[in-house]
Design a protein around this ligand. Structure first.
Ligand SMILES: NC(=O)c1ccc[n+]([C@@H]2O[C@H](COP(=O)([O-])OP(=O)(O)OC[C@H]3O[C@@H](n4cnc5c(N)ncnc54)[C@H](OP(=O)(O)O)[C@@H]3O)[C@@H](O)[C@H]2O)c1
Length: 291
């Protein structure tokens, strides 16, 4: 992608599921140089790197330790933290001297669940921080990502952070206080929809359909309904009315869904997951403050 504006150097620390998904999207659609860092080269990482070897530099922790490499980043470069939250401190302690030894202040993006901007800012003082919550659909370039930024971010840095996540789906900039609700809706949301797809296909099987056909019909129905919401911009209730014939089959089914509380159930799911995310974030913060 040589005719898109360059995103500079992008360093990804933690080359697991999300790290690989992001790099795959970036290589496919962005003009940038990518360096990835992990403790080990897993078989998944090995396979990924083999498919794009010349475009990604892989740094393995023990090899860097042996050779004491330094790759100074500047403010036009980006460092993306993709480890699990419990590995953050160790990862920063090890990799920060490799990339920030010369006093450089790259844009630092964290995708760590429940980890507030000020915690990352304490680890990377002077840097602009973006905190993002993508979801697992990043692995198929269809992520819903919400991100928030530190007070010192300028418009170009916000756009750079957004552009990185738009390489794997759609992205929105939100105030940080909404991040727990984002976790409860789009972060955990794929799991709710898997349950919906499973249940719809069970309905099909109960009515005599082969399992695979039922799954194919259910998943394509969810995909198509979501696409109609996005492409028409119409409220879901309007779209629902458009397919509800008076006295027909759909209104009979809708009555059942209302009787069993589908909508309050989903609203409660988002509320409960949001509260849980808030609790987990507070517990993690307390633990860090004690260290
Ligand atoms: N998966 C999701 O749907 C999702 C959605 C939104 C946000 N997130 C966030 O994304 C982050 C990553 O999730 P994931 O599913 O990609 O996890 P993952 O597959 O476990 O990947 C994390 C990677 O970081 C590596 N790592 C650990 N310590 C390191 C160090 N010191 N230096 C370099 N690499 C190190 C891990 O290696 P080891 O295996 O050897 O520890 C692993 O390869 C998490 O913080 C999560 O909260 C995930």
């Amino acid at each position: 992608m040589t005719n898109t504006p360059s995103l500079g150097r992008i360093v990804v620390i933690g080359f697991g599921n999300m790290g690989r998904a992001l790099v795959k999207g970036l290589l496919a659609s962005r003009n940038c140089e990518v360096i990835v860092c992990d403790r080990y080269k897993t078989p998944e990482a090995e396979e990924f790197l083999a498919s794009c070897a010349h475009r990604v530099q892989f740094l393995q922790l023990n090899e860097v330790q042996r050779d004491s490499i330094e790759i100074p980043l500047t403010s036009s470069d980006t460092l993306i933290l993709c480890t699990k939250p419990q590995n953050l401190q160790d990862a920063v302690q090890f990799w920060k001297p490799v990339f920030c030894s010369a006093g450089g202040t790259p844009l630092v993006i964290s995708i760590l669940a429940g980890t507030p901007i000020d915690q990352i800012q304490r680890l990377f003082s002077g840097c602009v921080i973006a905190r993002a919550m993508p979801n697992i659909a990043a692995t198929v370039d269809c992520a819903a990502t919400a991100l928030c930024v530190s007070m010192n971010a300028n418009e170009a840095e916000i756009q750079r952070a957004k552009s990185i996540f738009e390489a794997v789906g759609k992205a929105w900039v939100v105030p940080e206080e909404l991040m727990n609700a984002v976790t409860g809706l789009s972060g955990s949301g794929p799991a709710y929809i898997y349950m919906v797809i499973e249940a719809l296909s069970d309905g099909g099987v109960k009515m005599g359909m082969p399992r695979q056909l039922a799954l194919d019909l259910a998943s394509q129905t969810v995909l198509g309904a979501a696409k109609l919401v996005q492409e028409t911009g119409l409220h879901p209730a309007v779209l629902r009315d458009q397919v509800t014939t008076p006295g027909g089959t759909t209104i009979s089914a809708i009555h059942e869904l209302e009787r069993h509380g589908l909508r309050p159930m989903l609203i409660s799911a988002v509320v409960t997951a949001t509260k849980k995310s808030r609790l987990l974030a507070r517990a993690a913060e307390k633990k860090i403050n004690k260290q």
